[in-house]
Design a protein around this ligand. Structure first.
Ligand SMILES: Cc1ncc(COP(=O)(O)O)c(C=O)c1O
Length: 416
């Protein structure tokens, strides 16, 4: 199969080759149609009024949020809409900060994107927690042997892990990671519970993640990496939502309690008395991006309907890309060539000459190819691998074998 069976689902009104899908993907026609449809037929500010357009907006928003919740196997209240996965991560850390103390330890994985690493770094800087890195094992995945040996550390209170590295494309064994965590937490009381935060952004075009199957506290996702608009979500475990300390970072209009304070002056009331107790409503300060949520739900529906075929197509295409790159003996693929991976492959030249790599990226660009050269917001990983820069090729379902042939041909000529 040379042509992509998914091409028809995208507009793609450009001549070039887009191999920067780990940064963001092109949008589905159905997503664009849904967003335009919402904006063209009368809008209102969610949750503010009772007129017909208010009702329409509320129904569309709530139904779309339900579709997103179903996609990730959670209840609607467990989905907190944010503008990006980065904002979702910051919300999670805003809350974990409340239960962490100076003497505590926080794990981040060597895979970590800066959207997790930097908020964790802030905990280190502002509270003084110790940050420790979970290393990568010989198979390119998180070193679970090390995790098993060290999880009983009494100081450990928060662990972070990514499902798929946005540089290596290699998937971690989160099933086993979650099991190890649950076994350890069963031995601990709530005062010593180990909380967990998962970055699923590297896996948005991979197998669907059913959050409820895991024992994780929170997970961040991004719609713009799965053919949708720029919306993110934080998925939160129900126990955490109901814990009493997990709450909104952003407060303001739209989350006030629906009750009158009589003639008392609310200026002296605690904030908790002024905002709604409803856990879903609490995270809705400010008018939400209804069009974005509708678009994300449309992308979820598409991926759900095409799940098997989509996943298989991308898997095959990525294998094809690796096979082709194997023929270029001057490059080294990060993570090795023998590993099964998602839609991402990163490489450097064997002489590790960054200027040469930058030149290849420039030549690709001059030939109409979008790729990404640099450190891919994954500084922890680059330091761990002792690599300065790499060139990343990341695929989506509208890409084709012919495009792979062309890109590898350009790289080959640039290396010569
Ligand atoms: C693995 C990973 N995590 C998190 C993010 C941040 O996502 P967003 O751009 O939606 O904030 C990215 C974006 O590149 C990513 O690749």
């Amino acid at each position: 199969m040379n042509e992509s069976p998914f091409l028809r689902d995208f507009e793609n009104n450009f001549d070039g080759i887009y191999f920067d899908n780990s940064a963001t993907t092109q949008k589905l026609k159905s997503v664009v149609t849904a967003i335009v449809g919402y904006y063209s037929n009368g809008v209102a500010a969610y949750g503010r009024g009772e007129g017909p357009l208010n009702v329409r907006t509320r129904e569309l928003f709530d139904n779309s949020k339900q579709t997103i919740a179903d996609f990730f196997g959670v209840k609607r209240r467990q989905v907190i809409i944010t503008k990006s996965a980065t904002e979702a991560s910051n919300l999670a850390f805003f809350n974990y900060r409340k239960i962490l103390k100076e003497e505590d330890k926080v794990w981040i994985s060597a895979y970590e994107h800066n959207s997790v690493y930097f908020p964790a770094k802030r905990l280190q800087q502002e509270i003084g927690v110790e940050l420790e890195r979970i290393a990568i094992a010989g198979d390119g995945r998180l070193n679970l042997e090390w995790v098993r040996q060290n999880i009983s550390d009494p100081k450990l209170r928060l662990v972070c892990a990514g499902s798929v590295s946005n540089v290596l494309g290699i998937e971690n064994d989160l099933d086993e990671f979650s099991r190890i965590l649950s076994d350890e937490n069963r031995k601990r009381d709530m005062d010593n519970h180990i909380y967990s935060h998962v970055d699923n952004v590297g896996n948005m075009l991979g197998e669907r993640m059913n959050f409820s199957q895991y024992d994780f506290g929170s997970m961040m996702v991004a719609s713009h990496k799965m053919y949708g608009p720029s919306v993110g979500c934080l998925l939160v475990a129900e126990e955490l939502l109901d814990s009493g300390w997990f709450g909104p970072e952003i407060v303001g209009g739209g989350i006030a309690k629906w009750e009158s304070f009589g003639f008392e002056d609310s200026i002296d009331f605690p904030l908790d008395d002024l905002i709604t107790k409803d856990k879903e409503g609490q995270f809705m300060a400010g008018v939400p991006d209804t069009a974005g949520v509708i678009g994300m739900a449309t992308a979820c529906e598409y991926l759900r309907e095409n799940e098997e075929e989509h996943y298989r197509y991308l898997d095959d295409l990525c294998e094809y890309l690796i096979d082709k790159l194997r023929g270029l003996d001057q490059i080294e693929i990060l993570g090795g060539v023998e590993r099964k991976r998602h839609n991402v492959v990163s490489f450097l030249t064997k002489d590790r000459d960054s200027a040469r790599l930058e030149k290849i990226a420039r030549i690709l660009s001059e030939n109409g190819v979008d790729t990404r050269w640099g450190r891919h917001c994954a500084d922890v990983l680059y330091e761990f691998l002792d690599v300065e820069y790499a060139l990343r090729l990341s695929l989506a379902a509208y890409n084709t074998r012919q495009e792979v042939d062309r890109v590898v041909e350009i790289i080959g000529a640039a290396l010569a």
